[in-house]
Design a protein. Structure first.
Length: 301
């Protein structure tokens, strides 16, 4: 990697570490939202650097849809054991069983939207006053509106028209009882920055990100992983292809990329050449033009 790229990554790293330390200083009970995806893995790596040689000063929070890739759960558990970190798991299945949310039906059913209720319940149950997330402004137009410190009201909702200014790296974490913040230390990173940083720091990531053989079927312009809980039309043929994940979420809405990239160098070259956005393969974002913003206003990640 060229020297100027490394300097750029070190500047982003310093900014993110500064924000994480601000969170630790300003809030009483912060937590790090962990999905098992590359962005949250980079977040954990940055947190290790920020507070070394101490252990992480906050727990990892994973909202388990029950429809995660098996590789994601295995990676999560291995990482938690390696770091001797505290793990809090919020279960979407429990939210369904208790009647708090209703599971979607039909061919395009997904549990992704249902995570919002489980997340807000988990934040309230554990009295989390700041939830660190791996959102980046380049991901999607709604995320581009987000501040580093994103205020949420007593209902966990976000108002994009009522955000606090962040001048000269001064972050206002004041809140009323029942309110909390979402904090996004990776806001100024791009997808390419993430991959180059993973390469630079030799960070372990799930095997899902590398090309592998998997049973898939084609729907609405994307390849989806075959899973027993997903309804398939008679015209949707299950075949085996060499694919990889570019972004990892609920199996039902994570589009797979046909690829030959089986190492980090190849992934970086692939990302540099692509003209499809990272979330262009996420079925949940295609439900409407404002799908992400609507979910975020209700309390989504």
């Amino acid at each position: 990697m060229k020297k100027y790229n490394i300097n750029h990554l070190r500047e982003l790293e310093s900014e993110s570490i500064f924000i994480m330390r601000e969170v630790a200083a300003q809030f009483e009970n912060p937590a790090l939202l962990f999905s098992g995806g590359k962005d949250s893995i980079v977040m954990v790596h940055l947190a290790k650097k920020a507070f070394y040689p101490a252990l992480l000063p906050f727990p990892l929070v994973h909202i388990d849809t029950g429809h995660n890739f098996e590789e994601t759960i295995t990676f999560r558990d291995d990482l938690v054991n390696e770091l001797n970190a505290q793990l809090i798991v919020g279960s979407v299945q429990e939210s369904i069983d208790s009647g708090k949310v209703a599971e979607e039906k039909g061919y395009n059913a997904s549990r992704n939207l249902l995570q919002t209720v489980t997340l807000l319940d988990t934040i309230e149950k554990h009295k989390i006053d700041a939830a660190l997330g791996g959102g980046r402004r380049d991901e999607e137009k709604a995320r581009a509106k987000e501040r580093f410190f994103s205020h949420r009201d007593e209902f966990g909702q976000w108002d994009p028209k009522n955000q606090r200014p962040e001048l000269w790296n001064i972050f206002n974490g004041r809140k009323l009882m029942g309110e909390h913040f979402r904090v996004f230390p990776l806001s100024n990173w791009t997808e390419m920055d993430i991959w180059q940083y993973i390469y630079l720091e030799d960070i372990k990531i799930p095997s899902l990100y590398f090309t592998h053989e998997r049973e898939v079927f084609y729907r609405d312009g994307m390849w989806l992983a075959n899973a027993s809980f997903m309804m398939k039309r008679d015209t949707e043929e299950v075949i085996t292809k060499r694919v990889r994940c570019r972004t990892i979420g609920d199996i039902s809405c994570t589009g797979l990329t046909v690829s030959t990239a089986d190492n980090l160098e190849d992934i970086i070259q692939e990302i540099a050449a692509t003209r499809v956005t990272e979330r262009g393969g996420r079925a949940d974002d295609m439900r409407s033009d404002s799908a992400m913003e609507d979910r975020k206003k209700e309390g989504y990640f």
